[in-house]
Design a protein around this ligand. Structure first.
Ligand code: PLP
Length: 428
């Protein structure tokens, strides 16, 4: 074979490779997906301006919140009682709105100072603890509790996970001369503690039954893993409910009476819809996050709930290019490759557990680094945001993110209509 044939074959191969690389690059090259705010967020921006807001704010769309409450109510119907998970809706007026809309006085609380706050400000509430507290926290509750309106002996269920903790609470009840209602935490498959063995459950029930200061008020078996395990979720639910039924049977046998009228709690937002068809031991379901639907709750079992909470933050600086310090030209190269990096918007604050939502096509710059002070977002030429305009993000979860902005801005049909304080750091 001649050398020139060899060379032209090599050129052909190289040309082919170059073409296929170009083809691959054309396929991989990001499309321009930038767009200005759609009318929903433009109206919210205008409302924030009219309300004189000019700082990072948590906005709740009240109409969507109400819709989510109605969806939850119609899903649960009269089949179950509904208990509001307070840590996922950490604001007293927000909780009151949900309690009124869902027609329930049942709250699940997770923090001792907040039990005191609820006892003072929502004296009609029926409270179940969502986690077992150190006995010293229970003592602190009674120390700060003035008894006005809220009758802890009737309206409060402490959650207890082991015989050892039960004995501590028993001792406290005797010391203080108070009656305590005791709900027992079950491990129904999450493996985050709670009673696993029948003998522990029987031992705890015998202690409670023998002590007039203590009353057995029910069982709590939380099972968020059901929505997360790979494979057959319904089979996992059935496994959990089999454990739950077994514990109900043990309890009934030890106390010698039906426990159907006690608080038999289960579920959370991701799982509550697994119990709408069929026959299951719990008689109440708890949920909170699904009423505001942060991004972590974009899951098939919550397809009928809508996002109702957004972080709104002002644009401080709008630049028609992207520049990264220390490496000249890299920002331009990034923008040539990805048209959604053409422009730069620095926001008032940042680094929340939240992702850009509107305008479409905004993203964080991976090289510039994160900032809680002024955060860099990139977007395409199509986005015409100016300084003082608003950017919207969606929180990934509610329980912590809601607490980072001060009062919640309540948005209703085109206006900011209210301002709801959130729990303080000591009351979450
Ligand atoms: C005991 C318990 N029940 C229910 C929930 C559900 O909360 P959410 O509906 O906000 O997911 C939680 C959340 O952590 C929990 O710890």
């Amino acid at each position: 074979m001649s050398r020139s044939v060899d060379k032209s074959r090599r050129n052909l191969v190289l040309g082919g490779l170059a073409l296929s690389a170009l083809g691959t690059a054309a396929v991989l090259k990001p499309r321009n997906i930038g767009e200005n705010h759609k009318p929903y967020f433009q109206q919210m921006s205008d409302a924030l301006d009219r309300a004189g807001l000019a700082k990072p704010s948590m906005v709740i769309d009240k109409a969507i919140l109400q819709k989510n409450i109605a969806v939850l109510k119609s899903n649960i119907g009269n089949r179950y009682n509904y208990r509001v998970v307070a840590k996922s809706l950490p604001s007293l007026p927000l909780l009151e709105t949900v309690m009124a809309g869902a027609d329930t006085n049942r709250l699940m609380l997770f923090h001792q100072p907040f039990i005191n706050q609820v006892a003072r400000q929502l004296p009609q509430a029926d409270v179940l603890l969502g986690k077992p507290m150190p006995v010293a926290a229970a003592a602190n509750f009674y120390r700060a509790y003035d008894g006005q309106g809220f009758d802890a002996a009737r309206q409060l269920q402490w959650l207890i996970d082991s015989p050892a903790r039960l004995r501590q609470y028993q001792q406290l009840a005797q010391q203080l001369g108070v009656s305590m209602r005791i709900n027992i935490e079950l491990d129904v498959g999450l493996h985050r503690g709670g009673v696993k063995g029948d003998s522990d459950l029987a031992e705890m029930l015998k202690i409670i039954e023998a002590d007039p200061a203590l009353t057995f008020s029910g069982l709590m078996g939380y099972e968020p893993h059901v929505a997360k395990v790979p494979g057959n979720k319904l089979a996992e639910r059935d496994k959990s409910m089999e454990v739950y039924s077994g514990k109900v049977a043990v309890a009934r046998q030890v106390v010698g009476r039906s426990i159907d009228d006690l608080t038999l709690n289960a579920a959370g937002s991701p799982t509550y819809q697994y119990y709408l068809d069929g026959d299951f031991p719990p008689n109440e379901l708890s949920a909170g996050s699904c009423l505001v639907k942060p991004a972590d709750f974009d899951i098939p079992t919550l397809a009928d709930h809508q996002p109702a909470a957004f972080v709104a933050t002002p644009v401080l600086k709008a630049l028609d290019h992207t520049e990264i310090p220390g490496v000249d030209g890299i920002g331009t190269l990034m923008a040539i490759w990805n048209p959604n990096r053409a422009k730069t918007f620095f926001t008032y604050g940042g680094f929340w557990k939240a992702s850009p939502e509107s305008p479409a096509g905004l993203s964080l710059n991976p090289l510039f680094g994160r900032s809680t002070n002024q955060e860099m977002h990139n977007g395409s030429e199509n986005i015409t945001l100016q300084p003082d305009d608003w950017i919207f993000l969606r929180p990934n979860q509610s329980e912590f993110v809601f607490l980072q902005f001060g009062d919640i801005a309540v948005y209703d049909k085109g206006e900011i209509v209210d301002s709801w304080p959130v729990f303080g750091p000591s009351s979450v």
